[in-house]
Design a protein around this ligand. Sequence first.
Ligand SMILES: *Cc1c(COP(=O)(O)O)cnc(C)c1O
Length: 416
Amino acid sequence: MHNHAFRADSPAVTDPAFSREEAGTCLTLVGPAPQWVAPGLTEKMAHFLANQPQTPCLVVDLDVVEVNYRSLRDSLPAAEVFYAVKANPAPAFVARLAALGSSFDTASLQEIDLCLGLGVDPERISFGNTIKKARDIAAAYERGVRLYAFDAEEELEKIAEHAPGSQVFCRLFVDNVGAEWPLSRKFGCSVDMARDLLVKAVTLGLDAHGVSFHVGSQQKDLGQWDVALSKAAELFRDLRDLHGIELTMVNMGGGLPTPYGQPLYTVHEYGVHIQAAVDRLFDGVRPRMIVEPGRYMGGNAGILETEVVLVSRKDATEDRRWVYIDAGRFNGLAETEGEAIRYPIVSDKDGEATGPVIIAGPTCDSVDILYDKANYALPLSLKAGDRLRLLSTGAYTTSYASIGFNGFTPIQAHYL
Ligand SMILES: *Cc1c(COP(=O)(O)O)cnc(C)c1O
């Protein structure tokens, strides 16, 4: 077996080949310049991985999740935190946040039941998916859930019928400029439609609680919150002035980033910026504020260890090697789609000479290529049996795995 000497501060993380993104995507710079944030291997993780667990495996240090939660609370104290369960629905993960007092943004009855099963009060659960079956709304209502998202008239009617009198918030469509994993187009409606629907909500006997938006996941441009918040504030004003309806809540969704080895603002800078924007745009009257972090909460808490299955060249004259590893698009690395999310990769051979590689998963599907255009470089001596670590893989990995495409089992996850 190998003697693993992985280093979290490995050169691969800050190697120019791994850090193509520049601060230039932050269009509206307020406050100090972004800082480099290096993803970390904690002692607990190092200890666990030293025992050579079966790969592919994800190890998540829940203490890092706790630090993330507390940092966000400290940075944006006026906002309630509703963790977006889809980012990592592991019971141990959700339980740690529940114990810290977090609330939860859920998308399905299964996620609601997961939270309730861990003792979360239904008052701390939001049914935040804008696309819900009527019978799931009814079941959520029966369980005590009273906070629902919508972005369409038909959805509003379903909620009015099956969750009468509940608090509802309308999701606004916003551009996801600057986000590495955009969530645009599929969700939300225009400000004009939101205005009409919130008025209709009142006529249907619902509590028109407020508005929501999502600026796009891994959003590095602070200015995107200003754009969305000004739309929300406009709706608050219009409904009060034109219709005598007082909205009370702004749900600012997710979008807070996790470090992938690129320059990022700190969570404190996000918090200060967002709070200042709310106070400026809402004329000093602070609405109830909700944030729904997913990626931020778990990303940097996880490291995925994989084994190299094959290193090859398609021709002896080719410079670029193919590196096939035992984790891929179908057993957890779905966010490599379009090479959108670029995980820093470290090897115990870091420090040796490197060369360009294409990195691919183990299945017999040609879509199962992780990084081709992204210009990764890995040690020239890399060979089958070596292990690689993908950093910042604690969010949007395990829950994306298929049940076993091509017989390859989903990533085993360990929560420490
Ligand atoms: C996925 C999702 C989130 C979490 O987004 P991140 O970018 O991971 O923070 C928050 N709110 C809603 C409604 C979502 O669908």
